[in-house]
Design a protein around this ligand. Structure first.
Ligand code: SAM
Ligand code: DTB
Ligand code: SF4
Length: 338
């Protein structure tokens, strides 16, 4: 049984510390993480609770509201995504929203209790001219007193710096699944492309929001490899969204899995707990798929160390628990928005 964090070794990214020595960071191997997955359920949750309470307020949840600022028509082929142009999901391609409409939505999100506003675009990556209105959105949302987050795809030279200068707090860019399984889900880019953008975001001084999706037919070993990869980023992401695949008709994953969940709910809870144990200081977000999970499984996810959710009736193109249902759930569990 793995009772201690793995031994400290030189991290994959050997950032020189003051004095020129490579910084030594704890780094999780897939075997280390797989051993956590193998623990008896109660032992794993107990361990996750201990880590959680040592680093976070035990009954607080951070609320982020999502808005799709550019929907559909994406050239990529991500097998899970309803917004890929090549998937026939009924999601139409729309223009970039007006800044005014985005700020109205941000005001409403703040009024409902969100502290962060996340703007998502169905791009492979923004062209420089696409970025201009987004910078205005970031400045405007920031001026409302909300934290800002964007997820716009891959970034090129100078774009992360422009977003940082506009006041962007977080950039969401997920590794999505293990390196070994990635090619079965996405073929139009590789994980190295994702790592390149993550490095640009870090370099620009923007906080990193990076996680993945489970329930795509991956093995437990693949889930362990994804968590190991996230936990070994140097430093680990400040925010780690764990998405439960939302199967949308017309996507390749829906065709493969026929709308039936490919992950047992308790295995999903284990994934949250393992993320908590391996990334003690990070916010772990119980992300897409909450509607399908139901209240009891969500309660277990909070017990396992989740301390953030997407809040609001919609994710990007799919549904989310409505605000009233979430407030009732938080009240039942004695959880307070942070
Ligand atoms: N186009 C950009 C990109 O892919 O980086 C940003 C938007 S994209 C929709 C953001 C993330 O949403 C993806 O990386 C994936 O993790 C998540 N996502 C997309 N479709 C999903 C689904 N059906 N179920 C769960 N998560 C999903
Ligand atoms: C993340 O990890 N999950 C969010 C956010 N980052 C952008 C997106 C979930 C999308 C679910 C499918 C949809 O609504 O289109
Ligand atoms: Fe495009 Fe992002 Fe959807 Fe992939 S996940 S198809 S990049 S919008």
């Amino acid at each position: 049984m793995l009772d201690h964090p793995p031994s400290t070794r030189a991290s994959a990214a050997r950032t020189p510390a003051a004095g020129g020595e490579p910084r030594r960071m704890p780094r999780w191997s897939t075997d280390d993480v797989a051993a956590l997955f193998e623990l008896p359920f109660s032992d794993l949750l107990f361990r996750a609770q201990q880590v959680h309470r040592a680093h976070h307020a035990p009954n607080a949840v951070q609320l982020s509201t999502l808005l799709s600022i550019k929907t559909g028509g994406c050239p990529e082929d991500c097998g899970y995504c309803p917004q890929a142009a090549r998937h026939h999901t009924g999601v139409a391609s729309g223009p970039v929203l007006d800044v005014g409409a985005v700020l109205d939505a941000a005001r409403a999100a703040k009024g409902a209790g969100a502290t962060r506003f996340c703007m998502g675009a169905a791009w492979r990556g923004p062209k420089d001219r696409d970025l201009e209105p987004v910078l205005d959105m970031v400045r405007g949302v920031k001026a409302l007193g909300l934290e800002t987050c964007c997820t716009l795809g891959m970034l090129r030279d100078g774009q992360a710096e422009s977003l940082a200068a506009a006041g962007l707090d977080y950039y969401n860019h997920n590794l999505d699944t293990s390196p070994e399984f990635y090619g079965e889900i996405v073929t139009t880019r590789g994980q190295d492309d994702r790592l390149d953008t993550l490095a640009r975001v870090r370099e620009a001084g923007i906080r990193v929001c990076c996680g993945g999706i489970v329930g795509m037919g991956e093995s437990r070993r693949a889930r362990a490899a994804l968590i190991a990869q996230l936990a070994s980023l140097d430093p680990p992401p400040e925010s780690v969204p764990i998405n439960h695949l939302v199967q949308v008709e017309g996507t390749p994953l829906h065709a493969k899995l026929h709308g039936e969940s490919a992950i047992d709910p308790l295995e999903f809870v284990r994934t949250i707990a393992v993320a908590r144990v391996t990334m003690p200081a990070s916010t772990v977000r119980l992300s897409a798929g909450r509607r399908e999970l139901g209240e009891a499984v969500q309660a277990l996810c909070f017990l396992a160390g989740a301390n953030s959710v997407f809040y609001g009736d919609r994710l990007l193109t799919t549904g989310n628990p409505d605000v009233g249902a979430d407030r009732a759930l938080f009240a039942k569990l004695g959880i307070a928005p942070a």
